[in-house]
Design a protein around this ligand. Structure first.
Ligand code: ZN
Length: 667
């Protein structure tokens, strides 16, 4: 089928994603819905767009449908009433259809369910008999049912401002339909590689047919498919999207690193972007649980620092009534968004450095949750954020020439196409920071880039210890310090050594061990180098980024950031006094002015759920002073939205104190 071109959307700034997953066991659904009160509460919450439900994860529809089934205890066309109320109040409406979860279909058509290679039905965080959402396979006749629903709902709501398709999580599947489809395509569904090939076919067919169904009726309709992440490295995937939404509930398994990762990557793609957090304490579906308003404020301000528009998730009570707590919280934070919008609208990120996502190279387009949190990518992101480096996250299709330094973290081996592109980048004056396997040829046989060192194979020791040069070592450590990860052995040839590697007397094995953790370091250096700089290329022989993600060693971070600073030279803009938990971004407005965003909070680890660590924000302490060296070519600094001019002395301005988020505009 010829693919439709999805028109690009310009998104609203203050959206609410109004979940409404409602079991048939709940009585009197919508019985207290009042159109006037519904619209008024959204208006009071400063909401300018709302995602409303046509069909939920339970598989019930909330409009008068001939294709599906209206919720059995809902007595009227609630979606029509909601849309009418919002239209009258000037609030945009986006129509939600659950795709990958549909409990009603899972019950009525067991053959439509995704089957894992071990023969089990795929469910979210549970098994077939648990209270767990059941994954539907998009390679089954369900796709006909779904596209008929899309056709119906798009016709029924011609005034809709968008179509929101959820749970696009097609995994390798062994259902009877995929068995037949794979076989017909000449593939073996018992073979892992073949299963993934067929999975991609099923996913692309879903994208094509869902878009076709919507755009055949409404060629201008914005369409979004939610994978719960922004897959990196397959730009073709987004051709079925009108825009990108970044679902990222920090307490719900995404963590506080996910938004910057996804937003920085999405910011390099030609789409408008919306960040999505929620008012819940942990995650979607909590009826009657709220995070502290300071957490919501921080999460929303974080989106502003990345230039995304804002969406806050809520869940409508089954009675059809919006609660007061949520809309007080949302109203306050959306008022702040509206006040700050003039210094965010149309802005682009300014970056000295680009983090070439390792996942984007080794698993392009992966929608696998583990790849969402690849340790080498997240570790690098953390270091750069904490080091207040101005950076983007990119894939191999990006324009490398836009950056002064590229970082290839830990696991980016260099295939021929990437080598050609990197060679041209280096020839044009670009610089590259490599670590561990990054920079090796695809087969690992040697370096594919001119690092100025000989590769002598993997070190037999773990841990090893490094003693960086004085200008690169952490300022409080004067002894060799531990690298608790496998590393490579190199020896500088025509490159300049970054320091020495020391080795322990022996590894901890069943044959021999020493003390609690490791055998002591031998006093004499091993003769190997911990890293090397050769002109425009710096190579670190340890997987510093994954290591930082796993173990958080400040010593490793400081050393790595020092090696980066040595390679980069003077940054476009620098700050002093901002703690590691603070982040810095610099964005350029359409009028040419630059806006520095200072952001600060300290999420604290308070618990653990099946989704991941639970980090909570309660306080937003004020910090300062922060000294800022102005970007080149600017001479004036002003706090916004306060409109207060800052004195500029010797190219520096000082923000005395701020809490959470402060914009400084340079002109
Ligand atoms: Zn299947």
């Amino acid at each position: 089928m010829a693919q439709r071109v999805v028109p690009k959307a310009v998104l609203p700034w203050r959206q609410v994603h109004l979940d409404f997953h409602t079991s048939e066991h709940i009585p009197d659904v919508g019985a207290r819905f009042d159109a006037t009160a519904f619209a008024k509460r959204l208006k009071d919450g400063n909401v300018d767009s709302v995602v409303l439900f046509a069909k939920c994860h339970h598989g019930w529809s909330y409009y008068d449908t001939q294709i599906g089934a209206r919720h059995p205890t809902l007595g009227f066309d609630m979606l029509r009433a909601q849309v009418d109320a919002c239209q009258a109040a000037g609030i945009k409406t986006v129509i939600y259809v659950s795709v990958g979860w549909d409990e009603r279909s899972a019950r009525d058509h067991v053959d439509w369910r995704q089957v894992a290679p071990d023969g089990s039905f795929r469910c979210l965080l549970g098994g077939h008999l648990d209270a767990a959402w059941k994954y539907i396979c998009l390679g089954t006749p369900y796709l006909d049912y779904l596209t008929a629903q899309i056709d119906e709902v798009v016709r029924a709501f011609p005034e809709a401002d968008g179509l929101w398709l959820d749970i696009i999580k097609q995994e390798p599947c062994c259902c009877v339909h995929c068995q037949a489809g794979a076989t017909a395509a000449g593939l073996d569904w018992l073979n892992e590689g073949d299963r993934d090939v067929y999975r991609k076919t099923v996913l692309q067919t879903y994208l094509d047919r869902s878009v076709q169904a919507a755009l055949a009726v409404r060629p201008d309709l914005p369409v979004f498919h939610n994978t719960s992440m922004v897959p990196r490295g397959d730009r073709h995937f987004f051709e079925s999207f009108s825009h990108i939404e970044i679902e990222s509930l920090p307490t719900g398994g995404w963590g506080y690193d996910h938004l910057p990762m996804a937003a920085k990557y999405a910011g390099t793609l030609p789409y408008d972007r919306l960040g999505v957090t929620a008012r819940f304490h942990i995650v979607w579906g909590e009826l009657g649980a709220w995070k502290h308003p300071n957490a919501l404020r921080y999460e929303v301000c974080a989106m502003l620092t990345h230039g995304t528009k804002i969406c806050i998730g809520d869940h409508l009570d089954p009675t059809g009534v919006l609660d007061t707590t949520s809309y007080q919280m949302i109203g306050d934070v959306f008022a702040e968004v509206e006040a700050k919008r003039p210094w965010c609208e149309g802005s682009v990120n300014i970056a000295d450095v680009a983090l070439l996502s390792a996942v984007s190279v080794r698993s392009p387009g992966s929608i696998n949750r583990a790849d969402r949190h690849a340790p080498e990518d997240e570790g690098a992101l953390r270091m750069l954020n904490e080091g207040h480096v101005l950076f983007d996250v990119i894939d191999a299709d990006a324009d490398f020439g836009a950056y002064r330094v590229l970082i290839l973290p830990d696991r980016v081996r260099i295939a021929p196409a990437l080598k050609t592109k990197l060679d041209a980048y280096l020839a044009g004056g670009g610089k590259v920071l490599l670590s561990a396997e990054s920079g090796l040829a695809a087969d690992g046989s040697g370096f594919a880039l001119p690092v100025g060192a000989a590769l002598l194979g993997p070190s037999p020791f773990n841990p090893t210890f490094i003693a960086p040069r004085d200008d690169l070592r952490p300022d409080w450590i004067t002894d060799p310090f531990m690298i608790f990860a496998p590393s490579l052995r190199i020896r500088a040839t025509d490159g300049l050594s970054l320091g020495a590697v020391h080795e322990p007397w022996f590894n901890r094995t069943p044959h021999h061990f020493n003390g609690h953790i490791n055998a002591a370091v031998k006093p004499e250096p091993s003769g190997y180098d911990c890293g090397v700089r050769h002109g425009q290329v710096t190579y670190l022989a340890q997987p510093v980024f994954s290591l930082y993600r796993e173990l958080g060693s400040v010593a490793v971070k400081r050393y790595t950031l020092a090696a980066l600073a040595d390679l980069l030279g003077a940054p476009t803009m620098a700050v002093e006094g901002l703690p590691a938990a603070g982040t810095l971004t610099l964005r350029r407005l359409p009028n040419g002015h630059h806006v520095a965003h200072l952001l600060y909070a300290t999420p604290m680890l308070k618990g653990q759920t099946v989704l991941g660590p639970l980090e909570v924000i309660e306080d937003l302490p004020a910090i300062g002073p922060i000294d800022i060296r102005l970007p080149g070519g600017t001479t004036a600094a002003r706090l916004e939205p306060q409109g207060i001019n800052l004195p500029v002395v010797d190219g520096k301005a000082t923000v005395d104190r701020f809490a959470c988020h402060q914009m400084v505009v340079f002109s």
